[in-house]
Design a protein around this ligand. Structure first.
Ligand SMILES: Nc1ncnc2c1ncn2[C@@H]1O[C@H](COP(=O)(O)OP(=O)(O)OP(=O)(O)O)[C@@H](O)[C@H]1O
Length: 262
């Protein structure tokens, strides 16, 4: 393992799920006995069939929904408190940008909503995150003038503006064409590499994507939703195009696929 990989090596255990369960009022057991310990700086991909509870886990982590049983500790506090302190941010498949607001205004929105942050700081932070996603020249543009990939970059910039400790991404690249998707995967890894402490939880239906991006792949099964395997991806960063076509990549894809169909 090289130095770059070591720099992003997880350090502390900072999200802990213990026997987490979720039963919806209609009786659906969405999660049963989910145990997962996530360390700071990890990049975890969640894969599993539709309905295995991936979104439910995300809702619980963000405090939007409470568990029916078990314990969830998120950097020493409750999910609701972590959200209040803007420690968690989301990116969804749908970019959810306000169509009538410029890129700049869309990106500043989380800081504006939080309140108490000067215009100067908002401006500096907007420039910082738009630079990170390569869109600094598009600040005054409206979302409709952007391609799908660019809209997703804006959505990522908006999530990063609050400097989250935990970034939750629910199939963010699912609607993009393959070339754009691969470009954004590489860009996302570069951004993550720059912030050694940011932990990323990323839902995808794409096994290739999970093996390219993550430090570990969490494989889930449905009815009831459970974690069936956690597969480490022991490949150094930065990961380049040669990795995508390597024998090691192919083997890891086969390992994850086998766990998925087990
Ligand atoms: N509010 C709800 N009330 C009742 N059942 C629900 C509710 N939300 C989700 N479910 C059920 O809980 C299970 C897990 O759903 P969840 O959306 O977490 O799965 P998922 O893995 O994210 O699915 P997908 O990959 O299709 O997005 C499913 O069977 C779903 O139908």
């Amino acid at each position: 393992m090289n130095g770059a990989f070591a720099a992003n090596q997880p350090t502390d255990s900072f999200v802990n799920m213990e026997n987490l369960s979720k039963i919806y009022p209609n009786g659906t057991v969405a999660l049963q006995d989910v145990n997962l310990s996530i360390r700071e700086g990890e990049f975890l991909c969640f894969v599993g069939p539709s309905g295995c509870g991936k979104s439910t886990i995300f809702k619980i982590i963000t405090g939007l929904s409470g568990p029916s049983g078990g314990k969830l500790d998120i950097f020493g506090t409750t999910p609701k408190e972590a959200r209040k302190q803007s420690h968690t941010s989301f990116v969804f498949q749908d970019h959810t940008l306000l169509p009538w607001s410029t890129v700049e205004a869309n990106v500043k929105l989380p800081l504006e909503l939080r309140g108490g942050i000067s215009r100067k700081v908002q401006q500096e932070e907007a420039e910082r995150v738009l630079e990170l996603v390569g869109l600094k020249d598009y600040m005054k543009v409206l979302p409709r003038q952007l391609s799908g990939g660019m809209k997703m970059r804006v959505s990522i910039a908006r999530a990063l503006i609050s400097r989250p400790k935990l970034l939750l991404m629910d199939e963010p690249f699912g609607a993009l064409d393959e070339i754009t998707r691969q470009t954004l995967q590489t860009e996302l890894l570069n951004i993550w590499q720059q912030d050694k402490k940011m932990t990323v939880l990323f839902v995808t239906h794409n096994v290739f994507e999970s093996v390219f991006l993550s430090t570990s792949v969490v494989v889930m099964t449905a009815r009831p939703g459970k974690i069936s395997a956690k597969i480490e991806i022991p490949v150094p960063f930065p990961r380049d195009e040669a990795y995508r076509t390597s024998a090691q990549f192919g083997q890891l894809v086969r390992d994850v696929s086998a766990a998925l169909h087990h």
